[in-house]
Design a protein around this ligand. Structure first.
Ligand code: NAI
Ligand code: MG
Length: 492
């Protein structure tokens, strides 16, 4: 596997597109403004990207509305729509190395992860939803009286999609694939930290033959481009992934037009290790569950509950693994941990490390910035964390793990659920009954048993409580891009 990756990363990242995509045309922002996107490993500017704001969003929404109403997409035969999405998946596959390199350049994630995780999941998501296109069915309903009653699932309309920087292309796929399959048209605002792969993907969508105006992409900032998309009266839905605080602003901004909203937000996910588990597997799962993607995962297993009787042994093994992670150039195939996405995120993480130390948690590995160029943070583990410490309650979104020892099942269930988040959880045990018992009692949208971060386009993902509204992926993710219409016909 490592040699395969070594062979493939000969492809150097290329920047092909830095403009806005509106109605199938690449153009500068109306204001003429641009913003810099930075390589987080070197702190050097990669490119200047057109900075959209309200005027550009308005043009993009008009294009998306026109493409929706005039029907090159929404009224296309469903199976033909599916074929174009398959074609996009094929083009992504054909350009996988280039896209992976671009993703690593802009985001800082190790190329081995872009190639082995992000891009394959992108392709799989597109193909999964392409297959749905001609299977979006209604039902017939036996209502009272002499009536014929049936339902139709119609495309929702113009979808505004706002995505974060932690999985830039995967978030594009999670948003575009179900929207396109349902027959919606799209205005997307990628994250200001990582606009490049989304723009390249939009280019591939044009090449695939997806009609002009169906996908529009407006890079820019949240309070300007993002907020105008949310407030635009001609946008039917906002799909957002990001911080819970941002979702609250979006919900308020969307109230005036009563938009449909789906949110996929943050977490403080409990990862629970019992003494009867395969300890080495649990150690590997704990490392992967938190440190993957530099800890920048909404579902990161950032509260690691370890049963007291194995706690010391477990921590020793985990520290050894964490300390052996290879930090460095994301484009080097040997690298397993890249930089954080930007300076602000690095500073946020370092401030939480300070809070952990100040609260009296034991820092057993890491604890500082790595090097002085690039936004690298050492893999950091705090032991003997208590439930009320900021490092146990807040989403840090970095390579900082909190270990919390526990004694009994009821205790750990209560402590795991004692948060306003509810995105994911994991349980490590060899006792099937215990696993089911906990899987039922944990308040989270996803529960992994003896595994972590197992994602599949067919399996719904989303949060309980303040971790989200609605689900992405699977049939549930598709339903969120449709309106359900009931037709009742008199047969008298
Ligand atoms: P954010 O939620 O502010 O940004 C996500 C997206 O929302 C970006 O495209 C941004 O431009 C846009 N946005 C920001 N303000 C907006 C507004 N008022 N209206 C419309 N769109 C807006 O997240 P940010 O600031 O990048 O990161 C802050 C923290 O959020 C992180 O430290 C992490 O804790 C959390 N986060 C969680 C993510 C997740 O997957 N759950 C992803 C990214 C961040
Ligand atoms: Mg923000």
């Amino acid at each position: 596997m490592a040699t395969d990756i070594l062979d493939t990363v000969a492809v150097a990242p290329r920047i092909r597109q830095t403009q806005l995509l509106i109605d199938g045309e690449w153009r500068d922002a109306v204001s003429g403004k641009t913003f810099e996107t930075v390589n987080p490993a070197t702190e050097e500017v990669i490119a200047n990207v057109a900075e959209g704001d309200a005027a550009d969003i308005d043009l993009a929404v008009k294009a998306a509305r026109n493409a929706f109403e005039s029907g090159p997409w929404s009224k296309m035969d469903a199976r033909d729509r599916g074929q174009l999405i398959y074609r996009l998946a094929d083009l992504v596959e054909k350009n996988i190395e280039e896209l992976a390199a671009l993703e690593s350049l802009d985001n800082g994630k190790p190329i081995r992860d872009s190639l082995a995780a992000d891009l394959p999941l992108v392709i799989d998501c597109l193909r999964y939803y392409a297959g749905w296109s001609d299977k979006i069915e209604g039902t017939t309903i036996p209502i009272r009286g002499n009536h014929f009653c049936y339902t139709r699932r119609e495309p929702l309309g113009v979808a505004g999609q706002i995505i974060p920087w932690n999985f830039p292309l995967l978030m594009v796929a999670w948003k575009w694939a179900p929207a396109l399959t349902a027959g919606c048209t799209i205005v997307m605002k990628p994250a200001e930290q990582t606009p490049l792969s989304c723009l390249r993907m939009a280019e591939l969508a044009m090449e695939a033959g997806i009609p002009p105006g169906v996908i529009n992409v407006i890079p820019g900032y949240g309070p300007t481009a993002g907020a105008s998309l949310v407030k635009h009266p001609d946008v039917d839905k906002i799909a957002f992934t990001g911080e819970d605080a941002t979702a609250k602003i979006i919900m308020a901004d969307a109230a005036a037009t009563l938009k449909r909203l789906t949110f996929e937000l943050g977490g403080k996910s409990p990862n629970i290790v019992f003494a009867d588990s395969d300890l080495d597997a649990a150690v590997a799962g704990a490392e992967f569950g938190l440190f993957f993607n530099q800890g920048q995962c909404c579902c990161a297993g950032s509260r690691l509950f370890v049963e007291e009787s194995v706690h010391k042994e477990f921590v020793a093994k985990l520290v050894e693994r964490a300390a052996s992670r290879k930090l460095g150039d994301p484009l080097n195939p040997e690298t397993t941990q890249g930089p954080q996405v930007d300076h602000a995120q690095m500073e946020k993480i370092l401030s939480y490390i300070q809070k952990g130390n100040a609260a009296g948690a034991h820092c057993v590995t890491g604890g500082t910035r790595f090097g002085d160029k690039g936004y690298f943070v050492e893999p950091t583990i705090f032991d003997y964390v208590t439930d009320d410490m900021p490092i146990a309650t807040d989403e840090i979104f970095g390579p900082v793990l909190s270990i919390l020892p526990f004694k009994s099942i009821d205790e750990v269930v209560n402590r795991a659920n004692n948060t306003h988040f509810g995105l994911a959880a994991a349980i490590w045990t060899s006792d099937v009954k215990k696993a089911h018992h906990l899987a039922n009692r944990i308040k989270a949208g996803t529960v992994w048993v003896n595994c972590y971060d197992v994602f599949d386009a067919a399996a719904p993902f989303g949060g309980f409580k303040q971790s989200g509204i609605g689900r992405e992926l699977g049939a549930a993710g598709l339903a969120n891009y449709t309106e359900l219409k009931t037709v009742t016909m008199s047969l008298d």
